[in-house]
Write a protein that binds this ligand. Structure first.
Ligand code: SF4
Length: 206
């Protein structure tokens, strides 16, 4: 049976992440489906997809001791660095955060039901709900913290205090032409103003 060398993945921006499949997991908006960074590049390679499938099955299982060992020494782990969580993953995500109280688990989801189940349970477990210009109106009923992304050149991001972080649309490591910078809310790692999440923490500082 296939088992990856490590359950976590690594990248220069987030550090360590738990990556999941897009297929069968994401409920993308029109803009997200078009702009998604995980549809191309390294995340789309067959080996990556195989690992994403493994992680999804692993989180549905009973024994996450190996994942706990990987996460315990780390200051922060990004949840669903690709794809999105399923309801079946939630019990083990909560168990993981409980077992690793010194590790911050953070990320984004398009699913209000997932954010509602995960947030306000543990101080080291936080998910932002992603919205964009093509999101359904119903998403604005979510009372918790939001992130806007992808921000496209013509987007008018609402002045809504729930929007905590903005992710400019980027491609091949660069913000696409015409996207303006909000110095207070934009992810500065996307602009290459900072090296990565370890210098920021905005996504879980709320
Ligand atoms: S806003 Fe900060 S914490 Fe969030 S993804 Fe960007 S660098 Fe990481």
């Amino acid at each position: 049976m296939y088992t990856p060398g490590t359950i976590l993945s690594e990248n220069s921006k987030c550090g360590h992440s738990l990556d999941l499949p897009i297929k069968g997991h994401c409920t993308p908006t029109k803009n997200c489906a078009h702009d998604c960074y995980a549809r191309c590049g390294r995340q789309s390679f067959p080996a990556s997809k195989k690992k994403h499938d493994f992680v999804s099955q692993y989180l549905k299982g009973n024994d996450i001791s190996r994942l706990i060992s990987e996460c315990k020494p780390l200051p922060a782990v990004r949840l669903n660095g690709s794809g999105d969580l399923l309801p079946e993953h939630i019990p083990q995500i909560i168990s993981l955060a409980k077992a690793c109280p010194n590790t911050q688990f953070w990320g984004m989801t398009r699913k209000i039901n997932i954010a509602t189940q995960v947030n306000n349970q543990l101080p080291n477990l936080k998910l932002l709900v992603s919205v964009d210009a093509s999101s359904p109106k119903s998403v604005w009923n979510y009372p918790g913290k939001l992130c806007w992304g992808p921000k496209r050149p013509n987007d008018q991001v609402p002045q809504d205090p729930r929007i905590h972080v903005i992710f400019p649309r980027h491609s091949s490591g660069r913000v696409v032409k015409g996207v303006t910078k909000d110095p207070n809310k934009d992810c500065l790692a996307v602009w290459h103003d900072i090296k990565g999440c370890h210098q920021c923490g905005k996504c879980w500082s709320w």
